[in-house]
Design a protein around this ligand. Structure first.
Ligand SMILES: CC(C)(COP(=O)(O)OP(=O)(O)OC[C@H]1O[C@@H](n2cnc3c(N)ncnc32)[C@H](O)[C@@H]1OP(=O)(O)O)[C@@H](O)C(=O)NCCC(=O)NCCS
Length: 341
């Protein structure tokens, strides 16, 4: 069908439409500027701004965890939807920086929110594409009968990055975002989602420590034999531009629209230059692309829901608008969603 890896549907069959009932987000209070980083490693505000567009990012306080940030965003999304935790039929958390290794963050969140004993699970390891992939899973679950699904994207990256590696440390920030999805109601409909994976590029962006290949052992901790985040920045950059723009074109075509019909693109906020290149490739002017990477850096799975929440709160979205979410992440994964307000 589209060659993008999304499940083919029978000819003439409509995509199952699901709705977004509420939006939420959370960022920690503590701001870390480029100058703050320059005091720690050999970098500068000029370098970081020119290469990434990032000016500052948020850093979680000592008493914050992936769970507390998820719960803050989730409660706002539930409030926005006019619902309580007891109304949820399912909870999905997209994160690569979970509360603990096992069990998943969703288990803790189910209890913390006071939700019923509903299915709750993490979608982990897909880097920054996780949230849009989770939206796709949620709509499938809604099509199968779930009435209301909470989808969270969250990342507490600052505690896990190698603070001495200037090439990666300065890029990231902590945040959470959430939506409540359902069968009907709300301001927006998810018309369709495309998603795909190219595992041949798994090694260009990978965090090696902790799995079976490089287990986290006491011995490794003692000798400092950790395997850090490995990133081939240039290849990631190229893939990101190609996959995010192709996914946008693909998803709008699937809903019978064109790129000209898009009111706002909400892309994964990894780097302003990547976002600009996606806009240029699609022929979309700056006003139709949402950017907040300057204030938050790359917040992984939280980036798209946080930007979407902010865009809605800042009235960058009006009823009738076609909004397209697009993301890429380690894997190499990509996903895009067409959302009709
Ligand atoms: C990481 C990225 C900003 C680097 O920009 P770039 O233009 O490709 O720069 P390069 O990697 O070629 O590095 C150029 C030089 O800057 C140096 N450098 C790297 N980080 C630096 C920093 N924070 N401050 C100062 N210099 C830095 C490098 O060591 C290199 O020095 P050299 O030429 O002496 O070897 C860019 O490749 C990128 O954004 N890639 C995508 C990354 C991404 O999105 N990752 C997350 C995916 S979810």
């Amino acid at each position: 069908m589209d060659g993008m890896g999304t499940l083919a549907r029978l000819a003439g069959e409509e995509a199952p439409v699901s709705h977004i009932l509420g939006f939420g987000g959370y960022v920690p209070e503590r701001v870390m500027t480029n100058d703050d980083w320059a005091a720690l490693v050999d970098t500068s505000d000029e370098w970081i701004t020119a290469r990434t567009g990032i000016k500052e990012r948020r850093i979680a306080a000592d008493d914050e965890t992936t769970l507390t940030m998820s719960a803050n965003a989730a409660r706002l999304a539930l409030e926005d939807a006019g619902l309580g935790p007891q109304d949820l039929d399912e909870i999905i958390v997209a994160t690569d920086t979970p509360e603990v290794y096992t069990p998943d963050t969703a288990s803790f969140l189910q209890h913390d929110l006071g939700a019923r004993e509903v299915p709750a699970y993490d979608l982990g390891g897909s880097g920054c594409a996780g949230f849009v992939q989770a939206v796709d899973v949620a709509r499938a679950r809604i099509a199968m009968g779930a009435e209301r699904v909470l989808v969270v994207g969250v990342e507490l990256i600052s505690r896990l990055i190698n603070k001495t590696d200037r090439a990666t440390a300065v890029l990231f920030g902590d945040a959470a975002g959430a939506v409540v999805m359902g069968r009907s109601g709300g301001r927006a409909q998810v018309l369709d989602v495309v998603a795909g994976t190219d595992g041949s590029k798994a090694e260009i962006l990978t965090l090696l420590t902790g799995g079976s290949r490089h287990p986290f052992t006491m011995e490794a901790a003692r000798t400092g034999a950790h395997q850090d985040l490995v990133m081939d920045g240039r290849r990631v950059f190229k893939e990101a531009v190609h996959r995010m723009s192709a996914a946008v074109e693909d998803v709008v075509a699937r809903v019978g629209r064109t790129v000209d019909d898009i009111s706002l693109i909400v892309p994964h906020q990894a780097n302003k230059r990547i976002i600009d290149a996606v806009g240029a490739r699609l022929g979309v002017d700056d006003e139709r692309v949402y950017v907040n990477v300057d204030r938050y850096g790359n917040t992984g799975s939280a980036s798209v829901p946080l930007a979407l929440w902010e865009a809605v709160r800042r009235d960058r979205v009006s009823d009738g608008d076609l909004v397209v979410l697009t993301a890429f992440g380690a894997g190499f994964h990509w996903a895009a969603a067409a959302v009709q307000f």
